[in-house]
Design a protein around this ligand. Structure first.
Ligand SMILES: NC(=O)c1ccc[n+]([C@@H]2O[C@H](COP(=O)([O-])OP(=O)(O)OC[C@H]3O[C@@H](n4cnc5c(N)ncnc54)[C@H](OP(=O)(O)O)[C@@H]3O)[C@@H](O)[C@H]2O)c1
Length: 241
């Protein structure tokens, strides 16, 4: 599975899953654009690692829900590398705070909807022309399991129909999604590990590399007849919640 000389734009690449995805693509020879929003220092750490691995990469600050900022990021990617082959929509706004129905924080709720739903649409829209030129594809990081949340999980479960809608709209650009289970990107407490292990058939929490491997598969030629699909990489969690 080689991505030699391909250009990969990863939103939320300053985060746990996005950062690991950047490392795996770099290991396959890709050029990588590391998008971040509020964590320039984390983005810089990733960039240093990628460059040490011989990868060409740069960091770009953009709010994924801002069409102007995202357009500038895609233009910068094309200017530097001449092409975009894969867009990974990994950025997300997540709790805390949890959505509290008795005392709702509407501004936070709106921000989650903007980043988690509109952000996927905005980035996909802005990457369409270069992806058409390169014959490229899109992979979204969504959440396809949910006990009925009204905040974060509501916005993330929208990613599955959004993926299907984009696949219909953009074909032959392939658009697929990965739905992680509980992945330890924030330093889970022992209580959290015990809880998430308990709702996972395979009896462990996920690691960023579990998700990154599935993203690379969907982005690769090995998945050339797959579009509109969501792969569950959750150790069976959706069967238990
Ligand atoms: N971890 C899990 O258990 C789990 C489970 C299911 C789904 N997911 C999904 O997996 C993806 C990655 O999550 P993670 O666990 O790796 O979380 P994370 O480490 O907190 O990463 C989140 C990323 O989103 C970026 N981001 C937030 N708001 C943004 C904005 N407005 N514009 C651009 N980037 C923005 C953050 O960038 P800055 O820090 O630079 O602001 C960060 O890089 C998310 O889509 C999440 O919903 C995670």
């Amino acid at each position: 599975m080689s991505f030699k000389d391909k250009t990969i734009v990863i939103t939320g690449a300053s985060g746990g899953i996005g950062g690991e995805t950047a490392r795996l693509f770099a290991g396959e020879g890709a050029n990588v654009v590391v998008n971040y929003f509020s964590s320039p220092e984390k983005a810089e750490v990733i960039i240093r690692e990628l460059e040490e691995a011989g990868c060409e990469a740069f960091a770009f600050k953009a709010d994924v829900s801002s069409p102007e900022e995202v357009k500038a990021m895609m233009e910068a990617a094309v200017e530097r590398f001449g092409r975009i082959d894969v867009l990974v929509n990994c950025a997300a706004k997540h709790p805390p705070p949890m959505f509290d129905f008795k005392d709702p924080d509407w501004e936070y709720w709106k921000c989650m909807a903007h980043v988690n739903v509109m952000g996927v649409l905005v980035c996909s829209h802005c990457a369409t022309s270069p992806l058409r030129e390169s014959g490229g594809n899109i992979v979204n990081v969504v959440m396809d399991w949910d006990a009925g949340g009204l905040g974060y999980t509501l916005t993330k479960t929208a990613g599955t129909p959004l993926t299907r809608g984009l696949a219909r709209e953009l074909a032959p650009i392939r658009v697929n999604a990965v739905s992680p289970g509980a992945v330890d990107t924030w330093g889970m407490t022992d209580e959290e590990k015990e809880y998430f292990t308990g709702i996972t058939l395979l009896k462990r929490v996920g690691q960023p590399v579990d998700i990154a491997k599935a993203i690379l598969f969907l982005a690769s030629e090995d998945a050339s007849f797959i579009t509109g699909a969501t792969i569950q990489v959750d150790g069976g969690t959706r069967l238990l919640v």
